[in-house]
Design a protein around this ligand. Structure first.
Ligand code: SF4
Length: 298
């Protein structure tokens, strides 16, 4: 199966966390169906984030006008009582389409854990309906939207870069707003790179001619907090350098960089029980027979 090299922020995160995990996600998953299945496992907080993103996307694809409070509550109820309830049952039943890490690895889920995930979804969607972005995007009109959950790509030198863009739209005064919805509690360590990468894409597409025409907005929905980051040319140059260096580090481990071919033995495992305990691939690194005959590393 063809597997071209494409840099992304999640690929970088995976690489710096554990090289073996990176190998499974970006190489073994392309030819091994069991690795592919494990790669797709979700987990409670991640799941809450996916439900929020999918609900917002479905809502925005249909709507032209701001929703009433009754309509907002109906969307939230449906996300929790229909979507989440159905996916939970699917995961418990061992579905190949949707499976939670907690079910796959028989991690006990307390009622409180479920309440937290549901709480993230409810708070995030309420904030989405309240925030300025929704009113502004609807006022701009769908004709001015540039992206809605699109997987976009651009080049940094010879490196193809992949990104998901939650929402981008033009405003009547000639600016472009790029929005990223987040459901976590803390700022991601690579947010500055992510924002600059959005800008690089916007320039490549000709959306703006000057960085001052661009606004990048990180919406922390569960915290009801919005961060708008200032961008300048040095920030864009730093992002390009970061991506080029990260891609070079990844390619340095390949058996055949031109063919993007990797060997498992070149990608070492880590010795960090806290990370392995929550890793989708822990069964591959610590098979059951090893677990039964040797002390677990966690
Ligand atoms: S279980 Fe640990 S060593 Fe194995 S891939 Fe996951 S993080 Fe890496």
């Amino acid at each position: 199966m063809e597997n071209p090299f494409r840099w992304s922020i999640s690929r970088h995160d995976s690489f710096v966390t554990c090289q073996r995990r990176y190998y499974y996600s970006y190489y073994a998953a392309s030819f091994d169906s069991e690795v592919r299945r494990l790669k797709r496992l979700s987990a409670l907080p991640l799941w809450a984030g996916s439900v929020v993103h999918e609900t917002i996307e479905a809502f925005l694809r249909e709507r032209r006008l701001p929703p009433t409070v009754t309509e907002q509550e109906a969307v939230i109820r449906s996300a929790v009582h229909e979507k989440m309830a159905a996916e939970w049952r699917e995961s418990e039943g061992g579905s190949l389409r949707f499976r939670l890490f907690e079910h796959e690895y028989e991690v006990p889920v307390e009622a409180e854990d479920k309440k937290i995930a549901v709480g993230i979804v409810i708070r995030s969607l309420r904030q989405f309906f309240r925030a300025e972005t929704l009113a502004e995007a609807l006022a701009a009109g769908h004709a001015r939207w540039r992206s809605l959950e699109d997987l976009v790509s651009f080049q940094v030198g010879d490196v193809g870069v992949l990104m998901r863009m939650d929402l981008a739209y033009g405003t009547s005064d000639g600016r472009v707003v790029i929005v990223d919805w987040k459901t976590g509690r803390s700022e991601g360590r690579n947010n500055a790179i992510q924002v600059a990468a959005y800008a690089l894409y916007a320039f490549e597409k000709g959306w703006v001619r000057d960085v001052s025409q661009l606004r990048t907005r990180l919406e922390y929905l569960a915290l009801a907090r919005t961060i708008e980051r200032e961008l300048d040319q040095p920030a864009l140059d730093r992002a390009r350098d970061f991506i080029a260096k990260s891609a070079a580090d990844m390619r340095a481990l390949l058996a055949d960089p031109a063919a993007n071919r990797a060997r498992i033995e070149d990608f070492s495992r880590i010795d960090r029980p806290q990370v392995c305990r929550r890793c989708n691939y822990r069964r591959l690194c610590f098979p059951r027979h090893e677990i039964e005959t040797a002390p677990l590393p966690f």
